[in-house]
Design a protein. Structure first.
Length: 243
């Protein structure tokens, strides 16, 4: 057990007294909070934003300057957003402002976290509108939790260059994902079946029974297409036993 002396106890109490969480209102307050957030950062700023926000990071001069000033001081900048055909040009410029940019599908929230502070602009999905409310906190527990959340999203995101190349060249990014939730597995198989005109399947007999229960209509669609002279139908390998 760590024993604190009198001065250390006073310092700890002072730190606790300075910890706070608050909501700021108004566009100028929001912009000011973001600028101060970057100014306070010493080591890193991790940003998680929906697809509308890269445009503001570029065209709002005070925000762009905050990014560039932080980068010039050696602050590591990581940014996760959803890269789409509508914001791809903005994201290409954002690549020059941050150390790393990654893409993640379906982002709904907005937040930023540094080594000591957390900011969460209230979500809007209007490309050219500044958010009018923002949550600020320097509470240690919140900062640590949001850092963990960001790192989880970061590990699932793909490099921006890969997504941008896919959009510009019409290429679907190659990825390997392990699904463990049954509902997610069923959903993904249905998605695959509903976009295919050929299927080659290898399964045990129990797999055939499950497929009949959950995917019969999607297999029937592929067979119907084949009967009309399109696609290659369904091929199936399984074990046959006599009991």
């Amino acid at each position: 057990m760590t024993v604190l002396n009198g001065s250390e106890k006073k310092e700890r109490k002072k730190e606790k007294a300075e910890e706070k969480t608050k909501v700021l209102y108004g566009e100028q307050q929001v912009i000011g909070a973001e600028i101060q957030f970057f100014h306070n950062s010493k080591r890193r700023v991790d940003t998680f934003m929906n697809y509308t926000r890269p445009q503001l990071a570029i065209f709002l001069k005070p925000i762009k300057k905050a990014f560039l000033d932080a980068k010039s001081r050696g602050v590591k900048l990581r940014y996760v957003t959803e890269i789409t055909s509508d914001n791809v040009s903005d994201c290409k410029e954002l690549l020059t402002m941050v150390d790393e940019l990654r893409h993640l599908d379906g982002i709904k929230g907005n937040f930023m976290v540094s080594e000591s502070e957390y900011l969460a602009p209230i979500v809007l999905f209007e490309r050219d509108k500044v958010l009018s409310q923002i949550i600020y906190s320097n509470l240690k527990e919140i900062v640590e939790h949001q850092q963990y959340t960001f790192d989880s999203f970061w590990s699932k995101a793909i490099p921006a260059q890969e997504k941008i190349r896919g959009i510009e060249e019409g290429i679907t990014p190659i990825r390997t994902t392990l699904l463990e939730d049954q509902n997610e597995i069923i959903k993904e198989i249905k998605r695959l079946n509903n976009t295919a005109n050929k299927l080659s399947i290898c399964s045990v007999f129990g797999g055939m029974q499950m497929s009949h229960n959950y995917f019969f209509e999607s297999y029937k669609r592929i067979v119907d297409i084949y009967r009309k002279g399109k696609g290659d139908g369904v091929r199936w390998i399984s074990n046959v036993t006599f009991e």
